[in-house]
Design a protein around this ligand. Structure first.
Ligand code: MN
Length: 255
């Protein structure tokens, strides 16, 4: 389906989804952004979108991707979406096409192996993903005698697994699950409730007045509930703050 048709279909309706630009501005075939949106429409599915020629080529994958190379996941080729759609997370209102909650389940960069336009035309796309959850080599293969049905398959590499762990369900943007978003749940609510209970004063917090968390030495290595351990790397320790509008990064010296 063309972008124009897509716009016509959506623009008359009352939905928060972005419509995108009138005309694709880039004709890049060297990869770019990829996004996987988890979409609780009438039937739950994952939308895999690859940036190609200035739009997001899209496949609806009912069962989602799997790191098991033996799992061939049906991926139905659906209409192109504008690039802006890759940031969309929200609730498509009832009565609209695809009504239901959408989260950005994964996002990153994709790199085609070979010419992706040829691959798309011939029904075999091999590519590498560098996302938060999806990594390594993947293939989309079109089923013969089918208009729209493809298979999404993990290729053998260091990321592949015979018995893969379940991938995290949360959005990589908001930390919300598609169920949270659909139910209008707010991740900050429990924290605010706890702060109220503890009697925290209600006032703006000046980033400059907040101390940074620093590393300290200990007699020996230990493990304790509620602790996370990570290698101490060289670099700058920064404090990230968001004033009413713009985000700020402060070094230890307050720069
Ligand atoms: Mn969808």
């Amino acid at each position: 389906m063309s972008l124009t048709k897509y716009r016509r279909k959506r623009s008359a309706e009352n939905t928060p989804e972005p419509f995108g630009r009138e005309v694709p501005t880039s004709t890049s075939t060297t990869g770019g952004t990829f996004v996987v949106q988890k979409h609780a429409a009438r039937r739950l599915h994952f939308d895999l979108r690859l940036e190609m020629e200035g739009v997001l080529r899209s496949w609806a994958v009912p069962k989602g991707p799997s790191y098991d190379t033996a799992e061939k996941r049906l991926a139905v080729h659906v209409e192109d979406h504008p690039l802006e759609y890759g940031d969309f997370e929200g609730l498509i209102p009832k009565g609209n096409y695809g009504a239901g909650a959408v989260i950005v389940w994964d996002r990153g960069e994709w790199t085609p192996v070979g010419d992706p336009l040829e691959g798309l035309a011939e029904g075999k796309l091999l590519f590498e993903l560098r996302g938060y959850k999806l990594r390594g080599l993947w293939t989309l293969v079109k089923l013969k005698k089918s208009e729209k049905d493809w298979l999404l398959i993990k290729e053998r590499d260091a990321w592949a697994s015979k018995d893969p762990e379940e991938l995290p369900p949360e959005s990589v943007l908001s930390g919300l699950t598609v169920e949270d978003l659909g139910a209008g749940r707010d991740r900050g609510e429990a924290i605010r409730r706890e702060l109220t209970r503890l009697g925290a004063p209600r006032r703006p917090v000046e980033a400059k007045s907040v101390g940074l968390m620093l590393a300290e030495t200990a007699e020996r290595a230990f493990s304790r509930e509620g602790w996370l351990f990570e290698p101490k790397l060289d670099g700058y320790r920064v404090l990230a703050a968001r004033a009413p509008s713009e985000p700020r990064l402060l070094t230890r010296n307050g720069n």
